[in-house]
Design a protein around this ligand. Structure first.
Ligand SMILES: Nc1nc2c(ncn2[C@@H]2O[C@H](COP(=O)(O)OP(=O)(O)OP(=O)(O)O)[C@@H](O)[C@H]2O)c(=O)[nH]1
Ligand SMILES: [Mg+2]
Length: 342
C-alpha cells in the first residue's frame, strides 16, 4: 500500500512541512499498486473512453474525424467551451507535427488534455500549520464522509495525529458513520448530540490546538448550493474555524461526485463563491463517471486565473475510485488523460 504522505521521521520537529509526494513520486515508489487503481479508473471511464478512442480507428484525418471527436468529447461531459478549446489546440498540434495517422492524433489529444489538466495536479500539504485544519463540503451523498475516512487512514498511517469533527449534526447516523471511520483509524473525534455545526467545529478546532494534533478534518452535512440558508450555515462554520484558530481553515475541500456531469462545474463555482475553495476531491470515478468534466473545471480555473491573478487553479488533490479504504488516489493529469482516451 503506498502512502500519499511522506512518513514523518521521529526526530523531525512536528511543525516541519509534510508535502504529499506527487503522483509521479508515488508511481516510482509503488508501481504495482498504482497500476491497480489505474485499472479501476480505466474500467470506470471505459464507457466514455472507448467512444473517444473509437474516433481514431479510421485511416485519415478529416473533418469527419473532428466532428466525431467533438461529439465524443461532449458525450464525455467535457462541455462546449472545453471541447472547442481542445479541438482548436489539437488542430494546431496536428498541423505543427504534420501528423497523417489518426492514432497520432490520439496521442496529440492526450498531450493537449494533460496540459490543460496539469495545473489541477498539486500535492496536498499538511504540517505547515499545527494543526492543519480542513473543512470538507459538498452536495448530499457526494462522498464526503467516505473520503474523509480514506484520507484519515493515509494520514494516520503516516503517523499524523488526526482529529475529526462531526459537524454534520443533521442526522445521528452521520455522526455514527464518522465515528466508525474514526474507530477504524484509531483517531480522535469530537461530536455532540444535537449540537449545532458551528459549535461542534469550534470545540474540535480548539481541542486540535490544545492537543497539538497534526490535522483536524471537519465533516459537514451535504447540501445544495441553491439552499441559501444551508450555505449560510457553512459560511458560519468557516468563520467559526477562524475564530478558534486565526490562520484556519487551511483547506476548504469540495467533494464532487464524478457522475454529476456538467453540474459538477456549477457546484465548484457556487461553493467557491460562498467559501473560497482550496481544493477538490472527485469521487466515484470507478463507476459510470465520464471524466470529461475535469477538463471543463480546468478551463474555467485557467480563464479565471487569467482574468484575476489572485485566483489560482483549484487543485484536484485526490480522486476516489471505489468504496474501500484504499480507493483514494492522488490525481495525475497525464495518467488521467491517458485513461480517458484508452
Ligand atoms: N463507487 C464509489 N462509491 C463511493 C466513492 N466514494 C463514496 N462512495 C459511496 O457513496 C455513498 C455516499 O458516500 P458518503 O461518504 O456517505 O457521502 P457524503 O457526501 O458524506 O453524504 P452526506 O453526508 O449524506 O451528504 C456511499 O455509499 C459511499 O460508499 C467512490 O469513490 N466510489
Ligand atoms: Mg457524510
Amino acid at each position: 500500500m503506498f502512502s500519499f504522505f511522506k512518513k514523518k521521521p521521529p526526530a523531525e520537529p512536528p511543525s516541519a512541512p509534510q508535502p504529499a509526494p506527487s503522483a509521479r513520486d508515488d508511481a516510482a515508489v509503488a508501481p504495482e499498486e498504482r497500476r491497480g487503481w489505474l485499472d479501476k479508473l480505466r474500467r470506470g471511464l471505459r464507457t466514455t473512453g472507448s467512444s473517444i478512442a473509437s474516433v481514431f480507428t479510421g485511416t485519415q484525418i478529416d473533418d469527419a474525424l473532428y466532428e466525431e471527436l467533438e461529439a465524443a468529447l461532449l458525450m464525455a461531459d467535457t462541455g462546449v467551451q472545453a471541447t472547442e478549446m481542445l479541438l482548436d489546440d489539437l488542430k494546431r498540434r496536428v498541423k505543427e507535427s504534420k501528423a497523417t495517422d489518426p492514432s497520432a492524433v490520439r496521442h496529440l489529444l492526450a498531450q493537449a488534455l494533460a496540459e490543460l489538466l496539469a495545473p489541477l495536479e498539486q500535492p496536498l500539504r499538511v504540517g505547515e500549520q499545527t494543526p492543519t485544519v480542513m473543512m470538507v463540503v459538498g452536495v448530499n451523498g457526494a462522498g464526503k464522509t467516505t473520503s474523509i475516512g480514506k484520507l484519515t487512514r493515509h494520514l494516520a498511517q503516516a503517523n499524523q495525529r488526526v482529529l475529526l469533527a462531526a459537524a454534520d449534526t443533521f442526522r445521528a447516523a452521520a455522526r455514527e458513520q464518522l465515528g466508525v471511520w474514526a474507530d477504524r483509524n484509531r483517531v480522535e473525534i469530537v461530536s455532540q448530540e444535537g449540537g449545532d455545526a458551528a459549535a461542534v467545529t469550534f470545540d474540535a478546532v480548539k481541542a486540535g490546538v490544545a492537543r497539538a494534533c497534526d490535522v483536524v478534518i471537519v465533516d459537514t452535512a451535504g447540501r445544495l448550493p441553491t439552499q441559501l440558508h444551508l450555505m449560510e450555515e457553512l459560511k458560519k462554520v468557516r468563520r467559526t474555524i477562524s475564530k478558534a484558530m486565526e490562520s484556519a481553515p487551511h483547506e476548504v475541500l469540495l467533494v464532487v461526485d464524478g457522475n454529476t456531469g456538467q453540474n459538477a462545474l456549477a457546484q465548484v463555482k457556487a461553493f467557491d463563491h460562498a467559501l473560497q475553495l482550496t481544493g477538490l476531491i472527485v469521487t466515484k470515478l470507478d463507476g459510470t463517471a465520464k471524466g470529461g468534466v475535469l477538463a471543463a473545471i480546468a478551463l474555467w480555473a485557467r480563464e479565471r486565473a487569467e482574468r484575476d491573478a489572485d485566483h489560482r487553479p483549484i487543485p484536484v488533490y485526490f480522486i476516489g475510485v471505489g468504496e474501500k479504504l484504499e480507493d483514494l488516489e492522488t490525481f495525475s493529469a497525464r495518467e488521467f488523460a491517458q485513461a480517458l482516451l484508452e
